[in-house]
Design a protein around this ligand. Structure first.
Ligand code: PLP
Length: 257
């Protein structure tokens, strides 16, 4: 069986982070493993508190997995601090996994910072250049390029700028713009639009985590990058259509619809 490893934060409410990643791995047919970078006390309404995991333990978790079990793809989510970014980047440089999907997680829907301001530069310099694909949404891309994105035209130039940061491929998710949610894939040679229709639901907690993990699972299974994104887009669309009205805030996507 193919395998995927998520390096990310824990969401006690089970909707995002490590928990979403492992469900997405399972639903997409790979064996999931996890390295926990931070523990969030979280539900569908709020991130109440966060505790970063010590970097020695983060490194041990990565090493103990790679030293024993084949890792076909890695997905990276919440990295919290500059030291965590560096620890994870250094370890990945050592093990050189074939596929690294980086979801540059920054702020939760409720406005809680999951990546500290001072870690953004480290993310750009140390982590993005290692990525096979990065999957920013519009607000994350705006932070990374330091400019506003308000149109399809802006998305095209943002993808070019994002790719200059060193990632092989960029998937810029357009859902935060008005109108139909269209995502743009850019590999340095050609652009590809994935057009979607907006699904009317507030239960979208963990969609970014679920999508990036599904891409990692598909890469682990040997699909091309384009097919991995296409299949993952299809999966997340149905997972949102069947999302769960659990809790009093933004409910989670449904991995096993
Ligand atoms: N909590 C953790 C641990 C995450 O990794 C993420 C996103 O990647 C979130 C929360 C944010 O989830 P959302 O913005 O979908 O509510």
């Amino acid at each position: 069986m193919k395998t995927a490893l998520t390096i990310a934060g824990s969401d006690s409410g089970g909707g995002a982070g490590i928990q979403a990643d492992l469900k997405s791995f399972a639903a997409n047919g790979v064996y999931g493993m996890s390295v926990i970078t931070a523990v969030t006390a979280q539900n569908t309404q709020e991130v109440r508190s966060v505790q970063d995991i010590d970097n020695e333990i983060i490194l041990d978790q990565i090493e103990v997995v790679f030293d024993d079990i084949p890792v076909d793809a890695v997905k990276i989510g919440m990295l919290s601090s500059p030291a965590t970014v560096e620890t994870v980047a250094d370890a990945l440089k050592k093990y050189e996994p074939k596929h690294i999907v980086l979801d540059p997680v920054m702020v939760s829907k409720g406005g809680h910072h999951l990546l500290r301001q001072e870690a953004i530069q480290s993310l750009k310099e140390k982590m993005i250049p290692l990525a096979t694909i990065i999957t920013p949404n519009i607000p994350e891309a705006e932070v990374l390029i330091g400019g506003e994105i308000v149109s399809s035209e802006d998305m095209l130039s943002a993808c070019r700028q994002l790719r200059e940061l060193g990632a092989k491929t960029v998937l810029l998710k357009g859902g935060h713009l008005e109108g139909a949610p269209n995502d743009l894939l850019y590999d340095g040679e050609s652009f590809h639009w994935f057009s979607g229709e907006r699904i009317q639901t507030k239960n979208t907690h963990g969609t970014g985590c679920t999508l990036s993990s599904a891409i990692a699972a598909n890469l682990a299974k040997g699909h091309t990058l384009y097919d991995s994104v296409k299949l993952a887009k299809h999966y997340i669309t149905i997972a949102i259509e069947h999302s769960l009205a659990l809790g009093h805030g933004h409910g989670p996507t449904n991995h096993f619809y």
